[in-house]
Design a binder for this molecule. Sequence first.
Ligand code: PNW
Length: 453
Amino acid sequence: MNPSSYHPDAFPANFTWGVSTAAFQIEGGASADGKGPSTWDTFCQEPGRIQNDATGKVACDHYHRYQEDIDIIQNLGVGAYRFSLSWSRMFPEGRGAPNQAGFDFYDRLIDGLLAKGITPWVTLFHWDTPDALQKTFGGWASREIADCFADYATAVGKHFGDRVKNFFTTNEFNNITDRGYYLGQFAPGLNCDIATRNQTRHNALLAHGKGVQALRATVPDARIGLAEDPVSCVPIMDTPEHVEAARKAYRLVNARFLTAVLEGGYPEEYLEDEGANAPEIREGDFDIISSPIDLLGINAYTPTHIRAADNERGFEQLPKPAAYPRMDIDWLYLEPDILYWGCRFLKELWNVPELYVSENGCPCADSLNAQGEVLDTDRIMYLRHHLRSATRAISEGYPLKGYFQWSLMDNFEWANGYNARFGLYYVNYETLERIEKLSAKYYRQVIQANRVL
Ligand code: PNW
């Protein structure tokens, strides 16, 4: 950076600015043009699973309104758009015969983005498992899922690889495996035993690794990573003993997923903790799982505070005090420093080459005022302080290359249905109109100035 133009809140000139969405949360068109059902379509049919029994049948109707959405993405001034593909839109049975209309939809979307100079960042899988694979072999509980995912990744690479160069294989393993198969809060809504849960984790890692290899083989110039939401360990203060404790914690509390991918094995402590419930690991699994990646996406929302402790592992996770500030959902506590510490620990522990914040954002109790505006100063506050934490990471040399805000517009927030609004654009769910919030104006200005405002 030219020292005369140096500003402490500035981003580097080539910084990637983006917004994120996911197929099931925005598309609707749940059975349009030959799409097969996903486990989320099925899960939403079970009464009591989703707040107000909401479904993804229409969602934001992005399937039909994608052109308008491309226009608002362009209007925000972002250079990159992260979205996911619906597997069962392209392979209604999860494998076998493709559905041409599904490929056609993503062709229209991708070509439309490229025509406006917006770079597509594709997530292959954001939780909407083809229901047929769930019914045939139990979805992520079976190793078969990894081969199906590899075939799907090959098809995606072959078809879109001429135009799409940036890929995330999977999004947030925890919400696929633990929440889906053990806690039962997300599709497929099961309460399996711990051994099965651990096996779903392992199968998901394997699918990711095979997905990397499939993309590598079909798109030689691809940049490939995964999007994870590591437990965001933050030291209670920036002193050597607590920082050291938080770094140790980061490695161990993320053992089941990120550590396993980046180290090519489960830490001993994990295997010890899981004992007889540890997953079956076949020879060669970890060569696949640790296939080299070019970048890592971190989805960062909420902190876990750590202090040094005089115990075997050297750290302790602190509970949240009753009045700790949070945003408009029970689990999202405010701690902007998650971005700084995340980047720092990922570099220090595993020397990750390139980092992207693949999601960061918050739900607010947004509403339209008499003038039809949404004055979400709380979301602006959230963004401003997280962005400042990002500039701290960059200024100290951690390889943070881009930031994708979650989310472009309000959408289907999983078990919360339409009751948590994460968007820069407000969605009127009766008319499906998209209305720019104050935070969208803020984000546009930030991108233009390329610094925190
Ligand atoms: C992520 N938690 O999910 C997902 O990638 C998005 O699809 C989702 O809309 C967004 O974050 C906001 O929730 C999460 O309980 C769901 O800590 C739950 C948690 C974290 C992330």
